[in-house]
Design a protein. Sequence first.
Length: 367
Amino acid sequence: MLESVEFKIIGATILSFLLSVAIIPSLINIAEIRHLYDATNERKSHTGSIPNLAGIAIFGSFVISFCLFGLFNETEIQYLLGALCFVFMIGAKDDIVELTPYKKFIGQFIAASVVVYLGDVRLTSFYGILGITIIPFYVSYAFSIITIVFIINAFNLIDGVNWLAGGISLVVSLSFGSWFYLHGYYDYAIMAACIFGAIIAFLKFNYSPAKIFLGDSGSLSLGLLTATMAIEFIELSALQVHTSKNILFYITSGPAMAIAILIIPIFDTLRVFTLRILKRKSPFSPDRNHHHHRLLDLGFSHEQTSAILVSTNLVFIFLTYQLQFLRSAYLIPIIFIFAFIISVSLFRFKLPEKKDITDNHTISIEN
């Protein structure tokens, strides 16, 4: 059984990669013929006509690979795939014919409801946070839907520079996927492998100068899959309380660890939503006030910006894992305080102004 699972994980990764590599060039050609490009404006960080259809390749590669290699042992998988198809279609339509934020929100809400109500993928406890443990069913359903919709939007918002959404997706799929594999939740491990393979292929075409962007079809799909894996990770890691602590990657603070794995999209979204609301704007109104925008303004390239943010994400994961003995009730506030300090420091930091060096020597010309 173990060898079979390992074969499926490796096979899913390779197939997903190969499919994406094969599909993306065709999408680029189709976009050129049909003039399907991502519109440029003052808040976009790119210039020129670049297609935003990579989500089609990632979605197709994921679905085909998972259907061929997935075990389908988890009953919620069918509902997740149904919700994934729905949110993908919402994103694909927005990539071609721009939708209003509220229409996209309704689509995300419906997809999240399918996963929570029909798939029963939900948070059942606050695990001591704010002194709350078990929560009522109606609170569990409502909070889980809000969490999924929030994470979907968070992935959509960080997709602003080359390699960032892809890089974070690699961290997420590798982190959650490794844990699921080591603890016997193989369907989710294979799911993470499918994501990993497709994203590796996408990054090949997203390096500056980017040939294609993820698009809403990709970012919304990745957001839904990530949110589902995060909730399952939190719920399943709580079961370790009754198992041996000698298990590799033993997690005692599931909620804190999940937040650390997703800290870049989570904190960036919380920050911009808060600032927009304080300015009496819609939280969904676009602006150029994200962390990646700030790093670009400081002179970093797209890849350097993504490398800094992904590296920061990895630091949070490492420190949270080392400090998980504090438990989530204490560790989560520490994570957000640390993130707040880094964010404030980033936006307060200014590069030294370049001084014009003029030649003070006077040259006398004698006639």
